[in-house]
Design a protein around this ligand. Structure first.
Ligand SMILES: *[C@@H]1O[C@H](CO)[C@@H](O)[C@H](O)[C@H]1NC(C)=O
Length: 356
């Protein structure tokens, strides 16, 4: 392995959002001699309170900014002698990408390009960790198919996943052309505290907490693999310190479950088991809904990471958190509808939660 780069001044984009905030908190607390600069534009799915635990610590700094702004990014790089980028900022919700998907191209491709260009120009840069997704692989063929490793061909099936794949190619090209020391990660579905309730698990929890039925797309048999966010944060700690430049790492768990099973578990945890049928509502499927994604994380295991939190424990912790911080994201009515289109124009008209 190449000699260890000294990584100390970390620029973390999207750090007020879901996964980014957990990674920022872990790094700030665990490494008091590192400086963590969270850079976030505080879009609808981010919230500064997600960083409350570290806000007052001396090695933490927050800068409100957009990744499109190369001047501001470059200034922050210089001022803080940034040597590491962890790039979490992205538009991530597949449902939205069936609506106004231009916002996805802008944030995920153009935004990543700006950051790469700034990183290329920054003489102190030692690592650029780009956060991608298992969705870039496209749909797993069937339930007997072999799990996909990092060499698997990329065949994204929705506009969101296509923009993430596009961004990955840009990242790779900066490695090839300019020797930018990049690492790419491709993660499973992540769940846990701080997640904006447009995503399946927090959406179901918030629907049940309001006495609304959970909205299952299609027959509910599509599976996803869910990984608890604290396990994911430890995966990034591991990759940051032990990952090899130029490599790609899948970050996956072993909780592949059909959506309907996830819904039933949550209905039970929230004590509504006796009203199970009333709490389940089937809605039309997405235009295209991948059957499953199955990845192997052997490469990451070989760096010493493993999943530690069981799905049951993770779900309980998550439910507890939403019970306590139900107002974290303000008014979330429009996120709880069956097919939300948070980024506006071009999508199906919104249905109010009462007409589900
Ligand atoms: C990077 O440096 C080049 C050459 O100095 C310059 O033309 C370009 O604008 C810089 N890019 C950014 C994003 O600052």
């Amino acid at each position: 392995m190449s000699k260890k780069a000294k990584l100390q001044n970390i620029f973390l984009t999207g750090g007020a959002g879901f996964i980014g905030s957990h990674v920022a908190i872990l790094l700030v607390k665990k490494y008091p001699d590192y400086n963590i600069v969270v850079y976030d534009k505080l879009d609808y799915c981010a919230c500064l309170e997600n960083l409350n635990e570290v806000m007052d610590l001396p090695n933490f700094k927050f800068v409100k900014g957009d990744i499109f702004s190369s001047d501001l990014v470059t200034n922050v790089f210089k001022e803080n002698k940034i040597d590491t980028v962890l790039h979490f900022a992205a538009q991530t919700h597949v449902d939205n990408s069936f609506g106004n998907s231009f916002a996805f191209t802008q944030s995920n491709i153009y935004g990543t390009h700006v950051l790469l260009e700034c990183a290329k120009n920054c003489s102190t840069m030692r690592r650029f960790i780009h956060v991608s997704t298992d969705e870039v692989y496209g749909e797993g063929e069937d339930f007997d198919a072999k799990p996909m490793d990092e060499e698997h061909v990329l065949e994204p099936t929705n506009p969101y996943a296509a923009t993430k794949a596009g961004a990955e190619f840009l990242v790779k090209s900066y490695h090839r052309s300019f020797k930018l020391p990049v690492i790419i990660t491709r993660g499973n579905n992540v769940y846990g505290p701080h997640q904006f309730p447009e995503k399946l698990i927090p959406k179901f929890i918030n629907q049940i907490l309001r006495g609304l039925p959970v909205t299952i797309h299609g027959d509910g048999l599509n599976t996803r693999n869910f990984l608890f966010v604290e396990d994911v944060a430890r995966a990034f700690d591991c990759i940051l310190h032990k990952g090899e430049v130029g490599k790609i790492y899948n970050i996956g768990g072993c909780n592949e479950l059909p959506n309907i099973e996830v819904a039933k578990s949550l209905i039970k945890i929230l004590g509504k088991e006796s009203e199970m049928d009333d709490y389940i509502s089937y809605v039309p499927d997405r235009k295209f809904n991948d059957l499953r994604y199955t990845i192997t994380s052997e490469k990451l295991h070989s760096l010493g990471w493993k999943e530690e939190i069981s799905f049951e424990d993770g779900l309980r912790k998550t439910v507890e958190w939403y019970n306590t911080y139900i107002h974290r994201y303000g008014n979330i009515d429009s996120a709880l509808i069956a097919h939300p289109r948070m980024t506006g124009s071009g999508g199906a008209e919104a249905t109010s939660p009462t007409n589900l």
